[in-house]
Design a protein. Structure first.
Length: 178
């Protein structure tokens, strides 16, 4: 497969983006951690807990199945419902960040023990390289979402943040990823 990073490169990227998520979410006040720009939007706490559950129930599990047991059914996931059912927004911030980091480390340890995967291995139209790239992209989507939430929170406080400059392409609450 052309232009597919090595497993070691992917693991470094996942470790860095996981740490970036944790750093961006660390130290938020309780109010900011639970704040939603709109009722249907996700808070920082909901994003972090979503990432922890996706780490274990989605990406790690599905990547393993794609490589090791391609004919086995993938478990169902329902991230939108999980946020409500599992009461993500009622959880503690630091324990949620720690849980995400523990799940990420479990993924990294598992994958570090593997030989280089067959990146062309497929499940339907999705190959292993695409799934690994999607795992990384998922982190990046939620990093952007966390940064935007923090920016919008400052605006919601009624502070004049114009001195910082403008944010071209800022997604307003009705457009945010969840």
């Amino acid at each position: 497969m052309p232009n597919v990073p090595s497993l070691a490169d992917w693991l470094q990227s996942l470790e860095r983006s996981g740490n970036a998520v944790a750093l961006l979410a660390s130290g938020l006040t309780e109010a900011e951690a639970r704040w939603r720009p709109q009722p249907e939007s996700w808070s920082a706490l909901e994003i972090i807990n979503h990432l922890a559950d996706e780490e274990s129930a989605d990406f790690r599990t599905r990547f393993t199945l794609l490589i090791k047991a391609p004919q086995e059914a993938w478990p169902k996931i329902d991230p939108q419902s999980w946020a409500r059912q599992r009461r993500y927004n009622a959880r503690g911030l630091e324990s949620s960040i720690e849980r995400f980091l523990q799940e990420r480390q479990a993924s990294l340890r598992q994958l570090q023990a593997w030989p280089e995967p067959d990146w062309a291995a497929k499940r339907g139209s999705l190959n292993a390289a695409d799934l690994m790239a999607s795992w990384q992209a998922h982190d990046l989507l939620h990093l952007r979402q966390l940064a935007q939430l923090r920016y919008l929170y400052l605006e919601a406080l009624g502070l004049n943040i114009g001195y910082a400059g403008t944010w071209p392409g800022l997604l307003r609450p009705e457009e945010t990823v969840s």
